[in-house]
Write a protein that binds this ligand. Structure first.
Ligand SMILES: [Mg+2]
Length: 349
């Protein structure tokens, strides 16, 4: 599907490691006040004054987390940053810097890494984070990308997974299941392409879900919105593995149970139509699909009037005493135990 539109191939060995790092990082600009020193010394120097520092890291492995048959390198670079920023926002913090390390085999020319770093640079620009360092090394097989994201918050603003109380409302941003259904479409087209490489698929009816898979966005806006509304979540997590597994993390760490209402789960019409086409239950997609990078959080009931009717936020359930357990209340009004299955479970069905 992805044609090689750039026939120019400059071997990485022509630049050497230091030349490569310099070449790939020369266009990154430093904009954050907290960045005292970025790329170019033995280590970066940051200054957060009296604020707390938040740090997270994700490693993406070719063949495990992404498939270069349908993931353009620019998108991959973008997504590698986004998945990390999402974890910073899930702490109710502001993302400020990233470091990027890659291991590549010599089958990648310089032009491919320029694409990858183009996506990283775009994410840095749009999310206002500085790229302050990292490493490049060779790999015998495949591409590895490790991104560390750094953020800051006032101590009193930080939100952990363990603060949910019984009767708190369970709230999610955006809509769910799009990334998983986008992946199903891309996997299907990859199989079609293997059989007939002249086939140019019409993917226009799947644009939203494909974008959710290939170019996800992190919810930088939600901590800002909540602050404007005067709401501090009692617990929060980002949705990387699927709604049910994230709910279970909040419940376990907070020592509460939960009732999740199936009919409240926000689904985009493209998720519903693609689920029908692939004969998958759309609720299962939201529960186990993952990679939506929306924020899931709990708020005190007294804060409900502040978020009521907000188009970015949906109340999908409420927390209960721990001994009541974790349940999904179906559309048919039956109560079934909520299990964390992750997205592998969907493939086994
Ligand atoms: Mg997370």
């Amino acid at each position: 599907m992805i044609e090689d539109k750039n026939p120019q191939r400059t071997s990485l060995s022509e630049l050497g490691e230091f030349g490569l790092i310099e070449h790939l990082t020369k266009d990154f600009k430093i904009t954050r006040k907290s960045t005292v020193k970025g790329v170019g010394d033995d280590a970066a120097v940051l200054d957060f004054k009296n604020r707390k520092t938040v740090v997270t890291n994700d490693l993406l492995v070719e063949g495990v987390h992404f498939d270069l048959a349908y993931v353009p390198l620019k998108h991959l670079g973008y997504k590698a940053v986004i998945v990390n920023l999402s974890d910073i926002y899930a702490m109710n913090a502001t993302a400020t810097q990233i470091t990027v390390s890659i291991a590549v085999s010599n089958r990648f020319p310089l032009e491919a890494l320029e694409e990858l770093y183009g996506g990283i640079a775009l994410a840095c620009e749009l999310y206002d984070v500085d790229m302050i360092g990292g490493d490049t090394t060779s790999s015998n097989k495949g591409l590895f990308i490790s991104v560390t994201a750094i953020g800051e918050a006032k101590n009193e603003d930080l939100v952990y997974r363990n603060g949910a109380k019984s009767n708190d409302l369970l709230v999610v941003s955006g809509d769910l299941g799009g990334a998983y259904m986008g992946l199903q479409v891309l996997e299907r087209e990859k199989e079609v392409f293997k059989v007939n490489s002249n086939n140019q698929p019409d993917l226009s009816m799947y644009t939203y879900i494909i974008e959710r898979q290939l170019k996800p966005e992190a919810r930088k806006d939600i901590p800002v919105l909540l602050k404007e509304l005067g709401v501090k979540p009692t617990s929060m997590i980002d949705i990387s593995d699927g709604l049910s597994s994230e709910i279970l993390h909040l419940c376990k760490q907070s020592g509460v149970g939960c009732n999740l209402y199936e009919d409240k789960i926000p689904l985009d019409p493209q998720v519903i139509s693609a689920s029908e086409e692939f004969d998958i239950n759309s609720t299962m997609v939201a529960l186990s699909g993952g990679e939506d990078y929306e924020l899931l959080f709990t708020i005190a009931q007294s804060d409900y009037p502040k978020i009521k009717g907000n188009p970015h936020l949906t109340v999908i359930g409420h927390m209960t005493p721990e001994n009541e357990g974790m349940h999904l209340i179906t559309r048919a009004n039956t109560k079934i135990p909520l299990k964390a299955r992750g997205w592998n479970a969907l493939k086994e069905e």
